[in-house]
Design a protein around this ligand. Structure first.
Ligand code: GLN
Length: 486
């Protein structure tokens, strides 16, 4: 059996329940591991050992009194530094929020607390979740645990790296265009983006509100299902939250048996796909075929407009959402300002990094009078066509199967051109534009030892079915038992 910090929630919950392990011992093991590897991985922006140990002790007290709250009770879960935890720093990896402390809990944070999870550390990310490598963090770059000279992906790179390095048992990220699934693929863990509206965005720092969705990372699909169940569900504090029935997703894994009909979107296997990734995904498809699944090619004809559509809508919404950082209400305040208007100007100039500024400029442009119809409005119409493509495909298939990322983890500093970076999301952004659930599952390694992920895309609010399809692959393979040498 592997070290404590590399075990799954399922394994650890059994040990905690049998009193072979205490939540405090588990937390101590995760803290020791974090201290040992963090100088190289740098997955966290901050963590609070004494607070985590106090939560773990409370979990042990509950369990001793016969009041365990279920499988997450006593499990250390780390959150991306865009999710509010009361009285802890909340920075979005931006200099503009470097000194901000959250006065309240996000809904997902409250729900994890209610499930007994131990809230542990705030994970590094690209500034305001804008990026695909974590290199846009205003603080430091996170290393990929499989090769620390390479990126962990992004924007939730710290959440993926912390899990892969054994610095947490599960983590949360946010996914606006692929930010949970892509780093999951690059770090060899499972990462899921739920259907838009399934998980509350209350207490999530907004990037592009019509696309943002919080999602779980787990070592296994089963663990991912356990965390999703805890965080999902209607919340009146998020007006886009949906009144969906929340199932016990882990228990449901056994209820959906297949064989399923899986679609291969032909547009997702073209130019730009690394051949080793293509081969690994073909192997995963062959596995499903061997299980009796029907595999058919489908077409999502508007795929070629996804990137353009995304970068118009996401930047437009970002330019509006980020207007609140003005140096007046909270965050960095410039000391150079001459007057009130200059205060906002200087505070933003000093506080935001280059990529964030690029996006605010682009987003302001596409929303400006005279260009709104040509760009923003048109992008919204194309977005509808992109969603229709998926819904059309679902008349014939239960889910789609694609690569998660066109490339494995690349070297830190390798992609200096913004467009090259944007292309990392080519297979993940369609899912956000269409509001669908998607999951990345480890499906092999390149010859040089870098993880590869396969993406499964499901139908709206059919998370139970999507997780079951992913689980069928995950439990039949042992990719998740391999760990990086650190
Ligand atoms: N890489 C994409 C972007 O930069 C997606 C980021 C995300 O999902 N938060 O916008």
């Amino acid at each position: 059996m592997s070290e404590v910090f590399y075990q799954s929630i399922t394994q650890l919950a059994a040990e905690l329940e049998a009193k072979k392990l205490s939540a405090v011992e588990l937390m101590q093991a995760v803290i020791a591991r974090t201290k040992a590897v963090e100088p190289r991985v740098r997955a966290f922006n901050s963590f609070d050992e004494s607070d985590a140990l106090a939560q773990a002790a409370a979990s042990d007290t509950r369990r001793a009194a016969g009041q365990s709250r279920g499988p997450l009770d006593g499990i250390p879960v780390a959150l991306k530094d865009v999710i509010a935890v009361k009285d802890q720093p909340l920075t979005a990896s931006s200099r503009i929020l470097a000194n901000f402390v959250s006065p309240y809990d996000a809904t997902v944070t409250t729900r994890l607390r209610d499930a007994g999870a131990v809230l542990w550390g705030r994970c590094n990310c690209d500034e305001f979740a804008m990026g695909s490598s974590t290199e846009n963090s205003g603080f430091h770059v996170t290393g990929n645990p499989w090769d620390v000279t390479r990126v962990p992906g992004g924007s939730s790179g710290g959440s993926a790296a912390a899990l892969a390095a054994g610095e947490a048992i599960a983590t949360l990220g946010s996914d606006t265009g692929g930010s949970v699934r892509q780093p999951a693929a690059l770090c060899g863990v499972v990462g899921m983006k739920p259907t838009y509206g399934l998980v509350s965005r209350y207490g999530l720092i907004a990037y592009a509100s019509s696309l943002d969705q919080i999602g779980p990372f787990g070592r296994t699909v089963e663990d991912t299902a356990t965390v999703l169940r805890a965080i999902a569900g209607h919340d009146e504090r998020d007006s886009t939250s949906y009144r969906a029935t929340i199932l016990d997703y882990r228990a449901e894994l056994a209820a959906h048996k297949g064989p399923w009909r899986l679609g291969i979107p032909k547009e997702y296997f073209g130019e730009g796909l690394d051949p080793e990734i293509g081969a690994a995904v073909e192997q995963a498809i062959a596995f499903y075929k061997s299980q009796g699944c029907e595999i058919r090619e489908v077409s999502l004809p508007h795929t070629r407009y996804c990137l353009d559509t995304y970068y118009i809508i996401a930047t437009a919404e970002a330019s509006s959402n980020l207007a609140r950082y003005d140096g007046v209400r909270y965050g960095h305040r410039s000391k150079q300002a001459k007057d009130g208007v200059d205060l906002s100007y200087q505070s933003r100039a000093e506080g935001f990094g280059a990529e964030v500024k690029r996006r605010i400029i682009l987003g302001t442009y596409v929303l400006s009078s005279g260009y709104y119809d040509a760009y923003y409005l048109r992008a919204q119409k194309v977005r509808t066509l992109i969603r229709r493509d998926f819904l059309e495909a679902y008349k014939d298939v239960d889910a789609l199967i694609t690569p998660t990322s066109p490339v494995p983890a690349f070297k830190i500093g390798e992609k200096s051109d913004p467009l090259a970076m944007y292309l990392c999301d080519i297979y993940t952004i369609g899912v956000n534009l269409a509001g669908l659930p998607g999951i990345s599952v480890p499906c092999g390694f390149t010859k040089s030892g870098l993880p590869i992920g396969v993406q499964l895309i499901g139908q709206p609010f059919q998370e139970a079915c999507l997780l079951a399809i992913a689980h069928a692959y995950d439990r039949a393979h042992d990719w998740n038992t391999r760990h990086p040498i650190l």
